[in-house]
Write a protein that binds this ligand. Structure first.
Ligand code: NAP
Length: 483
């Protein structure tokens, strides 16, 4: 597979670069996925010598990679060249362009923007003015791409002035997770699920992303965005797409992404008329963290005593097409919840007539992404032993534990696959512009309806499962949340 020869990382001193991007690049290097000639040009404003920066990166990688061998780390950091440039000034690009083209290199470059979107425009213009945005060069952009549809279009327009759509890779790191890709494998690599994957057999779908952390340290950004824009617009809707989409004709990026966008465009609109019945907003108050320690309220965490930002949101969505008509999709995400857990539950309908009385519970397919990656099918089984009263049943899981399937290998960072795909020019696991626009349109309508109805976030205790009002969403249909 042909690979770009240069990876330029803007925002190289930032939190994401330190915790995720450099460790991912390190693992790609250590496991032989990077061609020998791949260079990493690391750009940020902070003054550092090359040696200082390489030493910093080495320490970030060793922190993440247990038992990393010194010679492997040394060989990895030797690929890195640090450039202290301000990307909002033209001068920086002269230095960057010269470095990229040094010794006849820079024939194929991936630019990764791990910076605030407010400087995407300056970077794209800077690259374009130096002839660095021509094919086959491509760009990877981090979320958030906008605060709403309007700003999303504005940012995408700015990027499009320099990079065409097929050379714009929009990251949603959930798509790099093993279990998320496994959802594609499970659905389209097995015949048995397809006949069941519709409103005839599925009762409801639940997708939950629960975090135990609060908004501490992300104050300004989070207080502006809230759970709906920070999590629902991207990760939850991407998961919903993978569950609900029609089988694509191939694994080709265009084929997958076109099916996803159809799902987003089929989402039933949520307006001022139905927003109170379909959504719940919440904000965490004081309570406890998972270790039993005291946890502050959201308003204290972000030092905004009047904040009305939601840290929890639940939506009962519906996908209006032949496959899914009438099946509720319960989506939920929250901070400071009782446990850190991301899961998708496909709840099947009960058997049409039970010969086992109340013992026959409906089947459930649990796709767990966090804390561990696991897929479980709950099926009914005869309770072992003899009985004087009929045939008692019990529910047992058919369990696919990914840690067992991977022979106890380390769990990969989601960015590893995505960076490798960007380097090898495979956009299948990236988000296209149409998808983002369709998602923002739906999210904007909800935000507008909240404002029209004056829906304030309901309080919930830190360390709980969210506001109790969430149960109304499911109970109305005779369902309950899987917690
Ligand atoms: P951060 O810690 O604030 O880092 C920002 C980086 O941009 C720093 O390296 C900073 O370096 C650089 N930078 C800022 N202005 C610059 C300029 N004018 N010229 C050159 N470099 C400049 O942010 P982050 O948390 O790493 O996040 C980066 C992006 O990823 C954001 O869009 C964020 O929303 C997104 N994201 C982050 C996470 C996460 O877990 N952190 C998760 C998902 C998405 P200097 O200060 O040295 O210039």
């Amino acid at each position: 597979m042909a690979m770009a020869d240069t990876f330029v990382l803007f925002g190289a001193t930032g939190d994401l670069a330190k915790r995720m991007l450099f460790p991912s690049l390190y693992f790609l290097h250590a496991e032989g996925f990077l061609d020998d000639d791949v260079r990493i040009l690391a750009a940020a404003r902070s003054p550092r010598s090359n040696e200082e920066f390489r030493a910093e990166v080495a320490s970030w990688c060793c922190e993440r990679a247990d038992g990393a061998k010194q010679d492997v780390v040394d060989a990895f950091v030797a690929r890195i060249h640090y450039l202290a440039i301000d990307v909002t000034t033209p001068e920086g690009y002269d230095e960057l362009a010269a470095k990229i083209r040094e010794n006849g290199k820079g024939k194929e470059v991936v630019f990764y923007l791990s910076t605030s979107p407010s400087i995407f425009g300056a970077v794209c213009q800077g690259l374009k003015s130096h002839g660095l945005s021509e094919p086959p060069h491509r760009i990877v952009v981090e979320k958030p791409i906008g605060y709403d549809l309007e700003s999303n279009i504005r940012i995408n327009d700015t990027v499009a002035e320099a990079f065409s759509e097929e050379r714009t890779f929009r990251i949603d790191h959930y798509l790099g997770k093993e279990t998320v890709q496994n959802l594609i494998a499970l659905r389209f690599g097995n015949r048995i699920f397809e006949p069941l994957w519709n409103s005839q057999t599925v009762e409801s779908v639940q997708i939950s992303i629960a975090e135990t952390l609060g908004a501490e340290g992300r104050g300004g950004y989070y207080d502006e965005y809230g759970a709906m824009r920070d999590m629902m617009q991207n990760h939850l809707l991407q998961l919903l797409c993978l569950v609900a989409m029609e089988p694509p004709s191939s694994l080709n990026a265009e084929a997958i992404r076109n099916e996803k966008v159809k799902v987003l465009r089929s989402l039933g609109p949520i307006t001022a008329e139905n927003v109170e019945a379909r959504t719940v907003r919440g904000q965490y108050k004081e309570g406890f963290d998972p270790d039993g320690g005291k946890a502050a309220s959201y308003r204290d965490d972000v030092e905004n005593p009047k904040s009305e930002t939601e840290t929890y949101v639940a939506v009962a969505a519906d996908v209006r097409n032949w496959r899914w008509a009438g099946v509720p999709f319960y989506l939920e995400t929250g901070k400071r919840m009782a446990e850190r857990k991301t899961h998708v539950v496909i709840a099947f309908k009960p058997v049409p007539h039970s010969i086992f009385g109340d013992d026959a519970s409906p089947n459930e397919l649990h796709i767990v992404l966090q804390p561990e990656e696991r897929i479980t099918l709950q099926i009914m089984n005869k309770r072992p032993g003899i009985s004087a009263e009929g045939m008692p049943l019990q529910e047992l899981p058919l369990n696919l534990s990914l840690s067992e399937a991977t022979n106890g290998q380390r769990r990969r960072i989601a960015y590893e696959q995505l960076i490798l795909d960007a380097l090898t020019n495979n956009p299948s696991l990236f988000v296209q512009r149409d998808e983002q626009e369709a998602a923002w349109k739906w999210i904007d309508a909800i935000a507008k309806a909240w404002a029209e109805r004056g829906m304030e976030p309901k309080p919930y205790r830190s360390g709980s499962n969210g506001p109790s009002a969430k149960h109304v969403l499911t109970e109305r249909n005779g369902h309950s949340w899987y917690e």
